[in-house]
Design a protein around this ligand. Structure first.
Ligand code: MV4
Length: 643
């Protein structure tokens, strides 16, 4: 077994690997960028090496710096986590050339699964079902059009070098084919430098079910399936294991197909074979097809760990260190059910806009496993994926696990930034989801009801005002005048509305509040403040921000009357970058007439593209940025003429 390994990653996965490595007596080395100098994974490691600047290209993607850090600290192996260099075969070869061990598959296995068309040929040869379609070398548009015709519409055009939905186009009828092909090839060229596409029969009511496999380079076992159908724009939101509605017969068929796929390429380490499943007529053993193989440990691996009792990172270290497969297939079984919800700092009502901010408060309930890369006091960096934590639960049945997930989400407390907690809670309470009716379009279909914003009630405003005025723990004689109760007032901003709240402090156990024209009595008994007998929600404060921990978290802003004037809306003449990022495209031109909502530019930030829209009708006065510019938050990109 290794005595020391380096983790070439950051955030929750780096922390997660370090936890298992530490429990195995293996010392750990962290690498970090300038933006992560004080982050959790750096403090958890035994040693840490700064490898460059905040941008991934200047740090977590710099394979030579990472290898240098491993050699200089005496690490014997490198764990890549997921993302970054985890599926880069050249990095694997460089690690091995430096005399180090890569904790993962060989470069050759990664290459074999890197191109969809070649991967499908290999899978067909291995007897793994692949979606009917065309994945040949002839990329002549007319040839592709003929292939689509032969497959039968609807078809999916997919980038050969793609994954995760990039470069994919659904085509329902022949007339739309050529335009869709051109668009897919363009996106594939931009994103992957490879315009080649393949064409597949579109599987109706698709479910994304993937099989966890583990190989030792010659043999492999599967650790059953995960259902990852709850996705938004190809980003998984809630994953579960096992898949609802799965039959033993189908589970065996998919598991064996996954094992065949892994053994066909001599796979070593943890991997995932992803299948698309026809959910239109229930799960059937002839209704699943190979999609792609992910040659890394995936974000959602914990749900598999919870139903099998296997620590997949421990297996990774053991097999990378030369052990054979830690278990035989017959040793593996499913116990209960698990869910994972991905908790993000994002403003869901504003189109899931990534949020940043300092976490003034971060608390998870005991009934959940929280794999997190941040702590209270940490800042969500605009440079990386804004995931706060994975909230993972297990129960003896799917119903018990889902009940635990719902409760865990209600009791999760995040202060200092907006989150998608309410969205996760709505999904966990979704009627169809609760019945196990999942497919990849569930969120798309019901998005409107899933993103409803919670409404702050008077009790929430009183709780926030009590915190703001420091009236929660009132000393017996604090500030009372001899003749009349103490009177205080505060203004709170809630979703851009300012609310005036005042209070008469009768004594240390009774307060009469006036909010939204209502009189609300707060009484303290057994150490808790109650309104109408119900304990008021917990709160936390950070500067002028008050978080009320109810309805998945409500955020209030204390308005300082002195700077009221300054809090008027921003300058509607200027379109600004909402966060640091790369200007991907600018559509505006000086002199152009634009309408409110017109897309003026695209900013790439936190691995996503954000359209920047005109706030009003007007005429473009000046274009202040160009595609390729790296801009800071608040940078003016387009200015409209004065109204
Ligand atoms: C499909 C499919 C239906 N039929 N292929 C999406 C990205 C990658 N994981 C493969 N994906 C799909 N491939 C065939 N032949 C459905 C998906 C799919 C999906 C498609 C459109 C919109 C959202 C989706 C979410 C998950 C999977």
């Amino acid at each position: 077994m290794f005595s020391k390994i380096l983790i070439a990653n950051r955030g929750e996965i780096a922390c997660r690997v370090m936890e298992t490595a530490g429990s195995m007596g293996v010392a750990t080395v962290a690498v970090y960028s300038g933006a992560d100098a004080q982050s959790k994974h750096v403090t958890l490691a035994d040693e840490a090496v700064r490898i460059g600047g905040p941008a991934p290209a200047d740090s977590y993607l710099k394979g030579d710096e990472i290898i240098r850090a491993a050699l200089s600290t005496g690490a014997q192996a490198i764990h890549p986590g997921y993302g970054f260099l985890s599926e880069n075969p050249d990095f694997v070869e460089a690690v091995e050339a430096a005399g180090l061990i890569f904790i993962g598959p060989s470069a050759s296995a990664i290459r074999k699964m890197g191109l969809k068309d070649a991967a499908k040929v290999l899978m067909e040869e291995a007897g793994v079902p692949v979606v009917p379609g065309y994945h040949g070398a002839n990329q002549d548009p007319e040839h592709l059009f003929g292939a689509a015709d032969a497959i039968g519409y609807p078809v999916l055009i997919k980038a050969v070098a793609g994954g995760g939905g990039k470069g994919m186009r659904l085509v329902e009828r022949p007339d739309d084919f050529m335009e869709a092909l051109k668009s897919a090839q363009g996106e594939a060229t931009t994103a992957f430098g490879n315009p080649d596409v393949l064409i597949e029969k579109y599987i109706q009511k698709p479910r994304h079910i993937e099989v966890q496999i583990f190989g030792d380079g010659s043999q492999a076992v599967h650790l059953f399936e995960r259902d990852c159908s709850l996705q938004r724009r190809h980003q998984k939101v809630i994953e579960e294991a096992p898949a609802p509605g799965m039959t033993e017969e189908m589970r065996a068929a998919m598991g064996q197909a996954g094992v065949r796929a892994a053994e066909a390429i001599g796979y070593k380490g943890a991997g995932t074979v992803e299948f698309i499943v026809d959910g239109s007529k229930g799960l059937r053993p002839d209704g699943f097809w190979f999609m792609e193989m992910n040659t890394r440990l995936q974000v959602e691996h914990p749900v598999t760990e919870l139903i099998t009792g296997v620590d997949l990172v421990e297996w990774q270290l053991r097999v990378a260190a030369g052990e054979n497969l830690p278990a035989a297939q017959e040793d593996l079984s499913i116990t209960g059910h698990a869910f994972e919800a991905r908790l993000y700092a994002e403003d869901v009502p504003k189109g899931f806009l990534p949020a940043t901010g300092t976490l003034t408060h971060l608390q998870f309930p005991k009934i959940a496993r929280a794999d997190s890369g941040v702590r209270a006091g940490d800042t969500i960096s605009p440079w990386y994926d804004p995931m706060i934590s994975k909230v993972i639960v297990h129960g003896s049945t799917r119903e018990v696990a889902l009940s635990r997930l719902s409760r865990a989400l209600v009791e999760t407390q995040v202060g200092g930034t907006v989150t998608n907690l309410a969205f996760l809670g709505a999904l966990a309470a979704h009627e169809g989801f609760a019945k196990g009716e999942v497919d990849t379009d569930l969120i798309g279909r019901d998005l409107e009801t899933l993103v409803l914003e919670p409404v702050a009630a008077p009790r929430h405003k009183v709780a926030a005002a009590m915190q703001a005025l420091d009236l929660i723990d009132v000393a017996p004689d604090a500030g009372f005048t001899l003749w009349a109760p103490l009177h205080r007032a505060v203004e709170l901003k809630w979703q851009d509305e300012i609310c005036a709240i005042d209070v008469q402090v009768e004594d240390q156990n009774r307060q009469t509040w006036t909010v939204d024209g209502q009189s609300v009595i707060a009484e303290k008994s057994q150490g808790d403040w109650r309104i109408d007998g119900v304990v008021i929600p917990e709160t936390a404060t950070s500067g002028s921000q008050i978080s009320v921990f109810d309805l998945y978290g409500l955020m209030f802003e204390v308005v300082d009357p002195l700077d009221r004037a300054g809090s008027a809306g921003g300058d509607s003449n200027v379109v600004e970058a909402p966060m640091p990022g790369l200007v991907k495209a600018v559509f505006a031109e000086a002199g152009q007439a634009v309408a409110e909502g017109d897309r003026l530019a695209i900013l790439e930030a936190m691995k996503m593209e954000h359209a920047l829209l005109a706030a009003r009708d007007g005429v473009v006065a000046e274009v202040l940025a160009a595609a390729g510019d790296q801009v800071e938050a608040g940078a003016a990109l387009v200015r409209l003429e004065e109204e």
